[in-house]
Design a protein around this ligand. Sequence first.
Ligand code: SF4
Length: 188
Amino acid sequence: MPEPKFRSRDPQLATAKRHRRPTDRRRQDYRSKRRWFRGDDFTYDEATERLVCPAGQRLYRCGHDHITAQGYRATSYRAPKTACLTCELRDRCLQHPESGNPRQVRVFHGRVTETLTSRMKDKIDTPTGRQIYSRRLGIVEPVFGNLRAQKGMNRSTLRGRAKVDTQWKLYCLVHNLQKIARHGRPIR
Ligand code: SF4
Protein backbone atom coordinates (compact mmCIF):
# COMPACT_ATOMS: atom_id res chain seq x y z
CA MET A 1 0.00 0.00 0.00
CA PRO A 2 1.25 3.54 -0.65
CA GLU A 3 2.37 5.46 2.43
CA PRO A 4 2.75 9.08 1.28
CA LYS A 5 3.87 10.38 4.69
CA PHE A 6 6.84 8.08 5.17
CA ARG A 7 9.28 10.90 4.41
CA SER A 8 7.84 13.12 7.13
CA ARG A 9 8.83 10.47 9.71
CA ASP A 10 12.32 9.92 8.29
CA PRO A 11 14.88 11.52 10.69
CA GLN A 12 17.32 11.93 7.80
CA LEU A 13 14.87 14.34 6.14
CA ALA A 14 14.06 16.34 9.26
CA THR A 15 15.65 19.50 7.82
CA ALA A 16 14.55 18.94 4.20
CA LYS A 17 12.18 21.92 4.29
CA ARG A 18 15.14 24.30 4.27
CA HIS A 19 15.41 23.56 0.53
CA ARG A 20 11.92 24.89 -0.18
CA ARG A 21 11.76 27.49 -2.87
CA PRO A 22 10.80 31.02 -1.76
CA THR A 23 7.45 30.74 -3.55
CA ASP A 24 6.59 27.66 -1.50
CA ARG A 25 7.54 29.42 1.69
CA ARG A 26 5.36 32.43 0.82
CA ARG A 27 2.39 30.15 0.25
CA GLN A 28 3.12 28.46 3.57
CA ASP A 29 3.13 31.83 5.33
CA TYR A 30 -0.14 32.74 3.70
CA ARG A 31 -1.70 29.52 4.88
CA SER A 32 -0.33 29.89 8.38
CA LYS A 33 -1.97 33.33 8.69
CA ARG A 34 -5.33 31.82 7.89
CA ARG A 35 -5.04 28.83 10.19
CA TRP A 36 -7.46 28.22 12.99
CA PHE A 37 -6.47 27.31 16.52
CA ARG A 38 -5.22 23.75 16.61
CA GLY A 39 -5.22 21.22 19.40
CA ASP A 40 -1.83 22.37 20.69
CA ASP A 41 -3.19 25.91 21.18
CA PHE A 42 -5.33 24.49 23.97
CA THR A 43 -3.77 23.69 27.36
CA TYR A 44 -4.73 20.90 29.72
CA ASP A 45 -5.69 21.84 33.27
CA GLU A 46 -4.88 18.85 35.49
CA ALA A 47 -6.78 20.22 38.49
CA THR A 48 -10.11 20.33 36.67
CA GLU A 49 -9.23 17.74 33.97
CA ARG A 50 -10.42 20.17 31.31
CA LEU A 51 -8.89 21.86 28.31
CA VAL A 52 -8.44 25.61 28.42
CA CYS A 53 -8.90 27.45 25.12
CA PRO A 54 -6.97 30.58 24.01
CA ALA A 55 -9.87 32.72 25.29
CA GLY A 56 -9.54 31.15 28.76
CA GLN A 57 -12.75 29.10 28.56
CA ARG A 58 -12.80 25.52 29.87
CA LEU A 59 -13.79 22.78 27.47
CA TYR A 60 -15.56 19.85 29.08
CA ARG A 61 -14.94 16.26 28.27
CA CYS A 62 -17.43 14.41 26.01
CA GLY A 63 -17.92 10.78 26.96
CA HIS A 64 -15.19 8.22 27.49
CA ASP A 65 -11.92 7.88 25.66
CA HIS A 66 -12.29 6.10 22.37
CA ILE A 67 -10.03 4.30 19.93
CA THR A 68 -9.90 5.75 16.43
CA ALA A 69 -9.92 3.62 13.29
CA GLN A 70 -6.14 4.15 13.10
CA GLY A 71 -5.69 2.65 16.59
CA TYR A 72 -5.09 5.88 18.57
CA ARG A 73 -6.68 6.52 21.95
CA ALA A 74 -8.40 9.91 21.90
CA THR A 75 -10.33 12.15 24.28
CA SER A 76 -12.93 14.57 22.93
CA TYR A 77 -13.62 17.98 24.49
CA ARG A 78 -16.31 20.50 23.71
CA ALA A 79 -16.56 24.18 24.63
CA PRO A 80 -19.75 25.52 26.26
CA LYS A 81 -22.01 26.80 23.50
CA THR A 82 -22.64 30.09 25.28
CA ALA A 83 -18.89 30.74 25.59
CA CYS A 84 -18.24 30.37 21.85
CA LEU A 85 -21.31 32.41 20.84
CA THR A 86 -19.93 35.57 22.40
CA CYS A 87 -16.22 34.89 21.95
CA GLU A 88 -14.11 37.53 20.19
CA LEU A 89 -11.76 34.83 18.84
CA ARG A 90 -14.45 32.75 17.16
CA ASP A 91 -13.27 33.68 13.64
CA ARG A 92 -9.86 32.24 14.46
CA CYS A 93 -11.22 29.21 16.26
CA LEU A 94 -14.32 27.99 14.42
CA GLN A 95 -14.25 26.90 10.80
CA HIS A 96 -17.96 27.78 10.47
CA PRO A 97 -18.64 30.59 12.95
CA GLU A 98 -22.07 31.22 11.41
CA SER A 99 -23.29 27.74 12.38
CA GLY A 100 -23.47 28.50 16.12
CA ASN A 101 -21.83 25.20 17.02
CA PRO A 102 -19.19 25.28 19.76
CA ARG A 103 -15.55 24.28 19.27
CA GLN A 104 -14.62 20.63 19.66
CA VAL A 105 -11.09 19.33 20.15
CA ARG A 106 -9.71 15.81 20.12
CA VAL A 107 -6.57 15.03 22.12
CA PHE A 108 -4.59 11.96 21.08
CA HIS A 109 -2.67 9.77 23.53
CA GLY A 110 -0.67 7.60 21.14
CA ARG A 111 -1.43 4.37 19.42
CA VAL A 112 -2.80 1.58 21.57
CA THR A 113 -3.84 -1.06 19.10
CA GLU A 114 -1.90 -2.49 16.26
CA THR A 115 -3.50 -2.34 12.84
CA LEU A 116 -2.30 -3.69 9.52
CA THR A 117 -1.36 -0.18 8.38
CA SER A 118 0.46 0.56 11.66
CA ARG A 119 2.47 -2.64 11.23
CA MET A 120 3.24 -1.60 7.67
CA LYS A 121 4.39 1.85 8.85
CA ASP A 122 6.59 0.32 11.56
CA LYS A 123 8.23 -1.84 8.93
CA ILE A 124 8.73 1.07 6.52
CA ASP A 125 10.34 3.15 9.28
CA THR A 126 13.26 0.75 9.69
CA PRO A 127 16.43 1.43 7.61
CA THR A 128 15.82 -1.72 5.55
CA GLY A 129 12.14 -0.86 5.14
CA ARG A 130 12.99 2.64 3.90
CA GLN A 131 15.44 1.24 1.39
CA ILE A 132 12.93 -1.30 0.05
CA TYR A 133 10.03 1.16 0.04
CA SER A 134 11.97 3.82 -1.85
CA ARG A 135 12.44 1.31 -4.70
CA ARG A 136 8.66 1.30 -5.10
CA LEU A 137 8.88 4.86 -6.47
CA GLY A 138 11.15 3.70 -9.28
CA ILE A 139 9.62 0.30 -10.00
CA VAL A 140 5.85 0.41 -9.75
CA GLU A 141 4.87 4.08 -9.74
CA PRO A 142 5.97 4.67 -13.38
CA VAL A 143 3.77 1.72 -14.38
CA PHE A 144 0.73 3.24 -12.64
CA GLY A 145 1.56 6.60 -14.25
CA ASN A 146 1.82 5.03 -17.71
CA LEU A 147 -1.43 3.10 -17.33
CA ARG A 148 -3.27 6.20 -16.20
CA ALA A 149 -1.79 8.88 -18.43
CA GLN A 150 -0.96 6.96 -21.62
CA LYS A 151 -3.54 4.19 -21.61
CA GLY A 152 -6.40 6.01 -19.95
CA MET A 153 -6.86 3.61 -17.02
CA ASN A 154 -8.24 6.29 -14.70
CA ARG A 155 -10.99 4.05 -13.40
CA SER A 156 -12.50 0.68 -14.07
CA THR A 157 -15.45 0.77 -16.43
CA LEU A 158 -16.78 -2.56 -15.11
CA ARG A 159 -18.45 -3.67 -11.89
CA GLY A 160 -17.62 -6.70 -9.75
CA ARG A 161 -14.30 -7.96 -8.44
CA ALA A 162 -13.82 -10.59 -11.18
CA LYS A 163 -14.49 -8.13 -14.02
CA VAL A 164 -12.35 -5.39 -12.49
CA ASP A 165 -9.55 -7.92 -11.95
CA THR A 166 -9.80 -9.03 -15.60
CA GLN A 167 -9.79 -5.47 -16.88
CA TRP A 168 -6.77 -4.58 -14.72
CA LYS A 169 -4.87 -7.64 -15.96
CA LEU A 170 -5.66 -6.75 -19.57
CA TYR A 171 -4.15 -3.30 -19.07
CA CYS A 172 -1.09 -4.88 -17.45
CA LEU A 173 -0.83 -7.32 -20.35
CA VAL A 174 -0.84 -4.46 -22.87
CA HIS A 175 1.75 -2.61 -20.77
CA ASN A 176 4.04 -5.66 -20.73
CA LEU A 177 3.57 -6.34 -24.46
CA GLN A 178 4.53 -2.74 -25.16
CA LYS A 179 7.65 -3.11 -23.04
CA ILE A 180 8.64 -6.29 -24.85
CA ALA A 181 7.99 -4.71 -28.26
CA ARG A 182 10.14 -1.70 -27.38
CA HIS A 183 12.89 -3.63 -25.64
CA GLY A 184 16.31 -2.59 -26.83
CA ARG A 185 15.09 0.39 -28.83
CA PRO A 186 16.48 3.80 -27.93
CA ILE A 187 14.10 5.98 -25.89
CA ARG A 188 12.72 8.89 -27.91
S1 SF4 B 1 -14.52 30.09 20.05
FE1 SF4 B 1 -14.96 28.95 21.94
S2 SF4 B 1 -13.26 27.51 22.15
FE2 SF4 B 1 -12.67 29.01 20.63
S3 SF4 B 1 -11.46 30.51 21.74
FE3 SF4 B 1 -13.58 31.23 21.71
S4 SF4 B 1 -14.55 30.44 23.56
FE4 SF4 B 1 -12.64 29.32 23.26
